[in-house]
Design a protein around this ligand. Structure first.
Ligand SMILES: *Cc1c(COP(=O)(O)O)cnc(C)c1O
Length: 395
């Protein structure tokens, strides 16, 4: 058996005709830049996010950069964020000319720990970027409260969380702005790069629109330094075909996540930690991520059995070589570093087959069984206590 992390082929086959038709429409119209499809998607995604405006941009990384710049963040400013994320989060802060300030994560959700934010605020702090990692929103009420008190912008990095909810509120509703990525592997993926900024701040939206076209307003007059970062019309046309299916896909991801969790906990509840959905949250499971002991050995074992897994993320941003000048050291963010050693993501996509999930679960159980680790061994056996020792310390 061969199980991939993600297989986009079935989804494509189900909408092939419609995609062809839409692409033909765009190419026949010869309107390739910021045409009707981009406008349509901006309006639909803004509405979906309970935000007033959507600004389609080149990719999710530029979306963060542009949102920061449009919120007035630049040279000499500091931006508080998490180091347990894809590189683009910290990269966008640095590209905007600001300094990323990394704080530790909440070990339960892997998201930024709001109780660590206030201590990191200085007179230079201008914004906070919570990343809604793996598809679950960060603790926005607490983050908002701190941000409001200190007059900081909140830019939600929602690249992995389109459609997620927090206490009945949507991504993009609580922050100053939220940013999406339409990278092909994301929950709403294009067939190439794409991204969007959503916001209810009219001034921020207007600035973002200008920045994505070289800072040009009126045409050929440049008051701000922008660049070329627009959502491509063909990608927007594809996304307009896919978007109506998004909620159904999120539900399918949640069903698959629940199935993994049920099956894994039958045998390994004392050994591994399955994902925790916080009360009031609607997790859209961009990734299904476990904490496990013997993580790297498990990964090699599963690979031998034909099961793909991924480590999101093995090296946190505060210890990335490119950020060496920020002065962080190993040990500065203990929960982040622990998560980087324990987290492993299993295959997850809406079309994932039950048989594939069964096979993956069976092999994970087998891996621990060979080592004498499992629920049935927990009455005092040496191996079991060893397992407990290295298993996550989460409430
Ligand atoms: C994918 C991703 C991005 C960047 O999106 P791109 O479209 O690839 O530029 C930013 N942040 C997070 C958390 C991501 O997962």
């Amino acid at each position: 058996m061969k199980i991939q992390m993600l297989d986009l082929s079935e989804q494509y086959q189900s909408m092939r005709e419609e995609v062809f038709h839409k692409l033909d429409e765009v190419m026949s119209s010869s309107r390739f830049i910021l045409g009707d499809n981009v406008k349509q998607l901006e309006s639909d995604i803004a509405k979906y996010s309970n935000a007033a405006y959507g600004v389609g941009v080149g990719n999710g990384s530029d979306a963060i950069h542009i949102a920061l710049q449009a919120a007035g963040v630049g040279e000499g400013d500091e931006v508080i964020t998490t180091a347990f994320t894809f590189f683009a989060t910290g990269g966008a802060v640095a590209r905007a000319g600001a300094k990323p300030v990394y704080v530790d994560i909440d070990p339960v959700t892997f998201n930024i720990d709001p109780s660590k934010i206030e201590a990191a605020i200085t007179p230079k702090t201008k914004a906070v970027i919570p990343v809604h990692l793996y598809g679950q929103m960060a603790d926005m009420d607490k983050i908002k409260e701190i941000a409001d008190k200190h007059q900081l912008a909140v830019i939600e990095d929602a690249a992995q969380a389109i459609g997620a909810k927090y206490n009945g509120r949507n991504v993009g509703e609580l922050g100053t702005a939220a940013t999406y990525s339409f990278f092909p592997t994301k929950n709403l993926g294009a067939y190439g790069d794409g991204g969007m900024v959503v916001t209810s701040d009219q001034d921020l939206a207007e600035k973002a629109r200008v920045i994505r076209v070289h800072g040009s307003k009126p045409k050929y007059y440049h008051h701000v330094l922008g660049y070329n970062s627009r959502l491509d019309e063909l990608q927007a046309a594809i996304l307009n075909v896919k978007f109506p299916h998004l909620d159904k896909w999120s539900e399918a991801r949640r069903e698959r996540a629940a199935y993994y969790t049920e099956k894994l906990n039958e045998k390994l509840s004392n050994v591994i930690q399955t994902p925790i959905e916080k009360e009031g949250n609607y997790h859209v499971f961009h990734q299904y991520t476990l904490r496990v002991p013997n993580r790297d050995e498990l990964q090699s074992f599963l690979k031998e059995q034909g099961i793909a897994t991924m480590i999101y993320y093995p090296t946190p941003l505060h210890v990335q070589p490119v950020f060496k000048d920020l002065g962080y050291q190993e040990g500065d963010l203990p929960e982040t570093e622990k998560a980087a050693k324990e987290a492993i993501s299993l295959p997850m996509y809406p079309e994932l087959k039950k048989e594939d999930q069964d096979y993956a679960v069976e092999k994970i159980i087998e891996f621990y069984h060979i080592r004498g680790i499992g629920n049935e061994n927990l009455n005092g056996s040496r191996n079991a206590s060893a397992a407990r020792e290295s298993s996550p310390s989460i409430a």
